[in-house]
Design a binder for this molecule. Structure first.
Ligand code: PDD
Length: 286
């Protein structure tokens, strides 16, 4: 079965799908996106993702060309046409195609909307979670608005590649004051030496993860002590546990940072517990 993508009103074979070379996202990374998990054929926390897309659009003065209900229809259609049981949908909106000029195109230039679906492998994801992942730390060299989910991801791309080349799964980004902000494509968490669940506040220094928000609710419901505050790398080394979260990873325990074991060097109970209960608590829409 060939994959099907959505481009500006049409469903087409993924391999044949394309946009103009004048597209602002191609030329300037002038676009926004969302990645939504599909679990048992349902979209997880779809509403939160679409609200964040609208916020990203507003922050960048980019016009969303259709209402959330129309976007929902497209995402559902892609899940069905690609027969995704477990996986993800990707949705991107750009400022459209126009003669190259840094300033915005003239009013009325249609935005570009692209969406596609990926099938995932639940067993492989579970195996990764139970093995735990390694992380490296790198300076956070991103612009000052990583709270906007834009396709301008070069620092993230470079950080992820450096992690891969070091045999790690993720890079934790450290700001000028020594605090871990987040991962290159995930939020960063520790269970500190006092047993408190700690993650960076959702301010302009990080992307306010939809998975992160859901996990905070689950952790509160489970009676865990939670503090949203920045933590240093030194604190992470002393932590009982560490983990990452995101729509593509849900929760992955971190067993080593920069080659140093975290806690016992095995996935922690808090991380695995949150992962195990995630889909019981996360609203899914069919
Ligand atoms: N990334 N921080 C960054 C920098 C991210 O890119 C992501 C997600 C997150 C987690 O956000 P959420 O829980 O809403 O997925 C945090 C997606 C999955 C990606 O770029 O593929």
């Amino acid at each position: 079965m060939s994959r099907v993508a959505y481009v500006n009103g049409r469903y087409i074979r993924h391999a044949a799908a394309g946009v103009s070379i004048d597209d602002r996202a191609f030329l300037f990374a002038d676009g926004i996106y969302e990645v939504i998990e599909v679990f048992d054929g349902r979209l997880i926390d779809e509403e939160g993702h679409l609200l964040r897309l609208a916020r990203s659009a507003a922050q960048l003065r980019l016009t969303l060309p259709m209402a959330a209900t129309a976007l929902r229809r497209i995402l559902r259609e892609l899940v069905a046409r690609n027969r995704v049981t477990d996986g993800h949908v990707y949705l991107q909106v750009t400022r459209g195609a126009a003669k190259r000029d840094h300033g915005f195109p003239k009013p009325g230039t249609p935005s570009t909307v692209v969406a596609f679906a990926h099938r995932g492998d639940r067993a492989a994801a579970e195996a990764r979670a139970h093995a735990g992942i390694k992380v490296i730390s790198l300076p956070d060299i991103r612009w000052k608005r990583p709270d906007i989910k834009t396709t301008s991801l070069l620092p993230n791309v470079l950080a992820k590649q450096q992690a891969k080349e070091a045999g790690a799964y993720e890079a934790w980004l450290v700001d000028a004051d020594g605090f871990v902000t987040e991962g290159s494509s995930s939020n960063a968490w520790i269970v500190d030496s006092a047993g408190v669940l700690v993650t960076h506040p959702a301010d302009s220094a990080i992307l306010a993860g939809i998975t992160r928000a859901r996990l905070l609710k689950i952790a509160a419901a489970r009676g865990l002590k939670i503090v949203e505050r920045p933590f240093t790398l030194a604190e992470a080394f002393r932590a009982q546990e560490a983990f990452i979260s995101g729509a593509t990873t849900i929760v992955l325990p971190v067993v080593a940072i920069d080659g140093q074991n975290i806690g016992s060097g095995a996935p922690g109970a808090v991380a695995l517990g949150l992962r195990a209960s995630f889909h019981e608590f996360a609203p899914a829409t069919a």
